[in-house]
Design a protein around this ligand. Sequence first.
Ligand code: AMP
Length: 224
Amino acid sequence: MNILIFGPNGSGKGTQGAIVQKKFGVPHIETGVIFRENISKGTELGTKAKSYIDKGELVPDGITIPMILNRLKADDCLKGWLLDGFPRNLAQAEALWQALQKEKIKLDYVIEIVLDRKTAKKRIMGRRLCATDNNHPNNIFIDAIKPTEKDGKIVCRVCGSDKLTTRADDQDEAAIDKRHGIYYDSQTGTMAAVNFFRDKTRVIEISGLPGVKEVTEDLLKKLK
Ligand code: AMP
């Protein structure tokens, strides 16, 4: 099963992505996570990517496109993948589509979580990351995934880890606005990529506005 998931930063894409990953048992490949892992390990890729990420700009296509196309060739992708955060612009969408056509790989689902900019921004600022597992979503502004409290400390609602952190680019309004500017850009940005796929295949639209549970129910119903 090969799946793309789109949605503005803060739309619950990561949360729903974790559910889709469980349902189909495919690797959840998140470009942002790959970059952040490289930054924390101090790799050359991480060093190159950091300055762009800190400002909320896209890491150049010359770095991102080959990185993802290579990742899709790894053994764990033989039974499929869930791609999250890529493609993020029209050029990436075209490059992915070309690579899939060349390898005769079918795109099974394209999911778009639809959410307005203002709500998405608030949710970004409430996001907390679990250092133990990236698929443990926590958000202080969303009841369904609010971190829990233990001994006066805020801990991960899934595993109880007290290693909950925020991302610097999630607390920087200018960086958030830049990321959203790229997302909602229907000329060359992410919406242009979504529209590119709308011409090729069916795009499953899900409203990200209701609670996590309702969004999941809607998504699972439409994935049947
Ligand atoms: P995310 O975790 O999806 O919010 O991504 C964090 C940051 O990683 C973005 O603001 C970009 O700087 C970078 N990034 C993630 N995905 C891509 C992509 N497909 N192309 C270029 N840069 C990306």
